[in-house]
Design a protein around this ligand. Structure first.
Ligand code: UDP
Length: 460
């Protein structure tokens, strides 16, 4: 039997249990990974929380189990992200343990090879260990920001954190070109919660059976090398996930996608549209919202803008915009509540992506070769934005915040000036690399093979 066939035979009858963290930017890559591993012959069980749960009927190829998270209405609507994380960690631990234990005792004919989980859940390690189940982490952020998180003890020691206003523009010598202002931070009523999170996504990783990344070697080689050196566990950069296997783009979406934007894009000239989206969590105030609106309108370029309900603090949706704002643009602007983003970025009409540089969005932009304007908000987004603007040089950062003149200038530089052409060339090259790494002999292709062999070698 050929090695490939032998591997396929071994995988049959092996089940993997995946436990996504219930936020859009974490659900997407975990479910994409589930599709990849299912395509490679594994049976897949997804354990999900009731909070932000997916409809199992959109994924008939997987078996779903829900656990009760018992979040109250106010806890589920919590604006303080770290507090929400803390509630989920407190309330899901026991239901998860019970669910996993029941599954392990019932799935005797199809042994469970391992658990794949998200380090944002801080209890999975102890639960898996107590049930003698190997566990592998999926890191849904990039390797570069993970390497920055792993340097936190050093950053403390050197006095870079807690951040001081007087040092924000200083480059962190050990992490150049990352600046002090780029160091990951999530504001919370209790700052200690953030450092607890950092500990969970760094130190506890060391004991896991492996680390999966949604990235590719050519994009983040140095950071991956740093992580390999620091953690001494197998590291598998097998991304970009969404390009590995075909999947329905709407199946993982918590909000319903408004497809009117695709019909609208069909009427626009190639590379003429700025696509604006700040992901599923970031929020802005009314003044910033108006600056964005006027910056886009004054640029005289067509734009597709995702204004998620909740994006503008204190507003339902578009009320802060002056009445007749869109109409006055004579069809040059289109606003939706949620878009089929991957399809939008792949559309020939899209010429620029104005993004908050969440890791999924950054990677999706790279995969379609779209130059970016970056406005990071929190956590890893600032590091991603620094890499986009200063390392890969595939976009521009709005360094002084959301101001209409700066928005207009960035759009002009990307769409009309030579600098924009050079940026477009560089991101096109990265797009080609992303495609190549998934082909036979490519780094992600090989790494996926290594991951599968690793999973098959695990004994629970
Ligand atoms: N997304 C989408 N439609 C939108 C905006 C975002 O489908 O209108 C998807 C996007 O493709 C990405 C995810 O939501 O996969 C957002 O993840 P990211 O890591 O970029 O940001 P987060 O939401 O975690 O801040």
């Amino acid at each position: 039997m050929s090695p490939c066939k032998l591997q396929m035979e071994q995988r049959k009858g092996r089940r993997l249990i995946l436990f996504p963290f219930p936020l859009q930017g974490h659900i997407n890559p975990m479910l994409e990974l589930a599709n990849i591993l299912h395509f490679k012959g594994f049976s897949i069980t997804i354990i999900q929380t009731n909070f932000n749960s997916l409809n199992p009927s959109t994924h008939p190829q997987f078996t779903f189990h829900s656990i009760s998270d018992d979040l109250s209405e106010s806890e589920a609507a919590e604006d303080d992200l770290l507090l929400l994380l803390s509630h989920l960690n407190t309330k899901c631990s026991e239901p998860f343990r019970e669910c996993l234990a029941t599954l392990l005792s019932s799935l005797t004919e199809e042994p469970v090879a391992c658990l794949i989980c998200d380090p944002l859940f801080d209890f999975t390690q102890s639960v898996a260990e107590s049930l003698k189940l190997p566990w592998i982490l999926l890191r849904t952020s990039g390797a570069s920001s993970t390497a920055v998180y792993s340097a936190f003890p050093l950053l403390w020691e050197k006095g870079y954190i807690p951040k001081q206003d007087s040092r924000l523009e200083e480059t962190v010598t050990e992490l150049s070109p990352v600046k002090v202002k780029d160091l990951p931070m999530i504001h919370s009523s209790d700052p200690e919660r953030f450092f607890k999170l950092v500990r969970s996504i760094t130190y506890e990783t060391k004991d896991s059976y492996g680390y999966i990344f949604n990235t590719f070697e050519d994009l983040e080689q140095d950071a991956l090398a740093t992580i390999r050196k620091k953690f001494h566990i197998p590291v598998f950069p097998i991304g970009p996930f969404h390009k590995c296997v075909p999947a329905t783009t709407s199946a993982n979406s918590l909000l319903s996608q408004d497809r009117s934007c695709i019909s609208w894009l069909n009427t626009q000239a190639p590379k003429s549209v700025i696509y604006v989206s700040f992901g599923s969590i970031a929020a802005i105030n009314e003044a910033q919202f108006l600056e964005i609106g006027w910056g886009l309108a004054n640029s005289k370029q067509s734009f597709l803008w995702v204004v998620r309900p909740g994006l503008v603090q204190g507003s339902e949706w578009l009320e802060p915009l002056p009445s007749g704002f869109l109409e006055s643009l004579n069809g040059m602007g289109h606003i939706v509540k949620w878009a089929p983003q991957k399809e939008v970025l792949a559309h020939q009409a899209v010429g620029v992506f104005w993004t908050h540089t969440g890791w999924n969005s950054t990677l999706e932009g790279i995969c379609e070769g779209v130059p970016m304007i970056c406005i990071p908000f929190f956590a890893d987004q600032m590091v991603n934005a620094r890499y986009v603007s200063d390392v890969w040089k595939i976009g521009l950062q709005l360094e002084v915040g959301i101001k209409r003149e700066e928005i207009e200038r960035a759009i002009r530089r990307l769409m009309m000036e030579k600098e924009g052409e050079e940026i477009r060339d560089r991101v096109s090259k990265l797009k080609d690399m992303a495609n190549l790494c998934l082909k036979q002999g490519g780094t992600s292709y090989q790494s996926l093979d290594d991951l599968i062999n690793h999973i098959l070698s695990l004994e629970s």
